[in-house]
Design a protein around this ligand. Structure first.
Ligand code: MTE
Ligand code: MO
Length: 372
């Protein structure tokens, strides 16, 4: 049974949609409970059994397994396919830590069906996805904007001349899953794309890609390939099934950037008043812009109150953009439904209902019923 050695999961902080392969979200009560999402609570989206990646129960051997893990750079420098250990990559390129959300393109699929009608998710267990296929974490790894030009000098130079050209970076995982993202996105150092080995300072857990995964801030979860084994530069996007049919937008293009987003995680009556305390998270997605404001309405968008953003807890790592989320709180008159929307520093604001993208990337106002 290929599912014999699946990791142990904590049912208190995972709502399970499917067992084989394992697919879950973070329950909304838990989603905004801390600025950084714990590995145990972060949603999991697997398309196959978790591969055997020599996960060791003891801390020290995990770190040394990470150091010995090998990645093949197919047809890299000088036409060969050099293999590098994580230790090689780290000593040559160093590591950085970036704060970023990770989100499945299918997050909010249930709300999308309600707001815009049936989608590819209708009738599948995934139509029950609410808002929890998302989390925020600190990721540590080597910068792809330094690794790729060193290992693929010709392609990267050509790409730089033509604004990225038609090159794509293909990532392959030990479970047979693969994904690709345009080289131009990854070569821009401001986009903080890394080969990550650690989440919140701890080795990645088996479900989240131990010993190494691609971590591409602002890019749909599907392209953040786990259990990374090899990298390839290609003229065309990879044609694996999950790219050829799934995770495409309404123009038939492979989904890359995530949209601007805000989500209500919690509402509570304010004692002795007619007010409602509303809490949530917001982030700008692929642009990496900061969030300028979040607004909450208790009259279906006729009037809005500005939320207070908890800026003091936002981690300012080496990143020049903002790929992490902000948490916010607001107080509004108590009514049967509240909703929220975010605006980024370029003035982009969420619409009440976002256009249909085959069930993916829904980012309409987050609307929540309130118990009266
Ligand atoms: N990488 C591999 N190797 N296998 C997978 O099944 N699933 C992808 C991506 N990378 C997947 C993968 C999808 S669709 C998502 S949303 C994210 O991983 C989920 O990452 P997580 O399980 O760590 O939250
Ligand atoms: Mo996903």
């Amino acid at each position: 049974d290929p599912y014999d050695s699946e990791p142990v999961r904590d049912a208190n902080v995972q709502t399970i949609f499917m067992d084989r392969p394992y697919c879950s979200e973070t329950p909304v009560e838990h989603l905004g409970s801390s600025y950084l999402t714990s590995p145990a609570a972060l949603y999991v989206r697997n398309h196959a059994p978790v591969p055997d990646c020599a996960w060791e129960p003891e801390g020290e051997s995990r770190e040394s397994n990470i150091q010995h893990h090998e990645v093949v750079f197919e047809e890299g420098d000088a036409g060969a396919s050099p293999t590098f250990t994580v230790a090689d990559l780290q000593s040559r390129f160093g590591t950085v830590t970036v704060t970023s959300i990770l989100q499945c393109a299918g997050n909010r699929a249930g709300e999308d069906i309600k707001a815009t009608g049936n989608s590819g998710f209708t009738g599948s267990p995934l139509e029950r996805i609410t808002v929890g296929m998302l989390g925020n974490a600190q990721w540590t790894g080597v910068r792809l904007a330094e690794v790729l030009p060193a290992l693929y000098p010709k392609e990267c130079a050509a790409a730089a001349q033509h604004g990225g050209g038609e090159w794509h970076v293909v990532f392959e995982g030990a479970d047979g899953y693969s994904g690709s993202t345009p080289l131009a996105r990854i070569l821009d150092p401001k986009n903080d794309c890394i080969l990550a080995t650690h989440m919140n300072g701890e080795p990645l857990s088996p479900d989240h890609g131990y010993p190494m995964r691609a971590l591409l801030p602002g890019i749909a979860g599907a392209r953040n390939v786990k259990w990374l084994q090899s990298i390839l530069l290609s003229r065309v996007p990879v044609d694996a099934p999950w790219n050829e049919y799934y995770y495409k937008n309404r123009d038939g293009e492979q989904i890359q950037q995530l949209p601007l987003q805000s989500i209500i995680t919690d509402t509570a009556r304010k004692e002795g008043t007619q007010l409602l305390k509303v809490r949530g998270v917001a982030y700008s997605g692929g642009s990496g812009n900061s969030i300028a404001r979040v607004e909450v309405s208790s009259d279906d968008g006729k009037s809005w109150s500005e939320a207070t953003i908890k800026t003091e807890e936002v981690k300012k790592d080496q990143s020049s953009k903002s790929f992490g989320w902000v948490r916010w709180t607001a107080e509004v008159p108590r009514t049967a439904q509240v909703c929220c929307r975010a605006t980024d520093t370029e003035g982009k604001t969420q619409c009440e209902i976002s256009p249909k993208q085959r069930g993916y990337l829904y980012n309409g106002w987050s609307k929540v019923k309130v118990e009266m």
